[in-house]
Design a protein around this ligand. Sequence first.
Ligand code: COA
Ligand code: MG
Length: 328
Amino acid sequence: MWALAPFLARGFAQCGIAEISKDWQKVVMTSLTDINFSSVRPRRSVLSVPAGNHRALEKVRNLDCDAVIFDLEDSVAPEKKAEARENLRGLFKEKPLQGVERIVRINALETEFGRADMDLAVEISPDVVLIPKVEHVAEVQSVADILSEAGAPDDLAIWAMIETPKGVLNASVIAAADERLKCFVVGLNDLRKETGVLSQPGRAYLVPWLMQIVLAGRAHGIDVIDSVFNDFRDTEALEAECRQGRAMGFSGKMLIHPTQIELANRHFGPDPKAVKDAETIIAAFAEPEARHLNVINLNGRMVERLHLAEAEKLVAKAKFLAERKKSS
Ligand code: COA
Ligand code: MG
């Protein structure tokens, strides 16, 4: 657990929220039992912003999303890639984004743009490099090698987009590719294109693949983010998909438009009732007579220590969000 401290401190220092950093370490050191950082870091709303779009880039500081993907890949035309990199160079020189995980989506290394994107990533040092269309372990390892050889900090993470048939089939080995890999992001636009599966409410024919990706990620302790929902004016359909994604075990949703943030935060965020319940569980296990018990009777409900661990994670996440709100 102590080994986590510098990692946690950097994560929160990057948020620019000193109180959270201190608070966080206090929470971790004093009350959490067996929690890794990625299971507590909120990733409810992960907004993609085309790095070529000045107006959208300017808006990012005022949005309440947990993470921003600065996209150099598919949303940027080939002739605009260099300009998009310049935009990010400028943005990262300005004052840090408050409380937001900063992700740069590169073009795949085998494309003509990949290497220059990686050079930029090493230079500006975001929190995460997101690799698109990952199909094999080697693609993650190549990016990890470039980061390590360039002396990038150990906690500069890698995320992988799973958005091709081979990516889905290989998800369980990809998830264990490298220690820097912290998260999968599902990309259904590409997956539908590659497989011919239609876009339908309920995603019935995609659910088995989605669950396979969730399972692969969870087996290796990494987060999994649900795909974008294209029709950004259809809030009712987005809400249904957020509800479904949450029930399937996703940590959050990749978004394409600011109007989608509030819904994702609401559906993937800690439910206030669940947080209250979690506090009751923590208090019950803190009673002296429960100290040596692995299972207790909480008002007619069996509660085990595994529920305590879950409760602690939930309360820590709620605390993080409350502190971020206070300092924004
Ligand atoms: N991030 C930040 N701001 C955004 C945004 C985003 N992803 N999408 C839209 N906005 C801003 C617009 O700049 C606009 O700002 P303004 O009112 O100051 O002019 C405002 O939100 C309203 O936008 P709207 O007019 O409704 O949409 P649009 O036509 O500007 O953009 C899209 C629509 C789909 C082109 C745009 O949302 C987008 O590019 N999304 C991300 C696409 C992407 O990243 N794809 C790759 C991953 S799948
Ligand atoms: Mg894609």
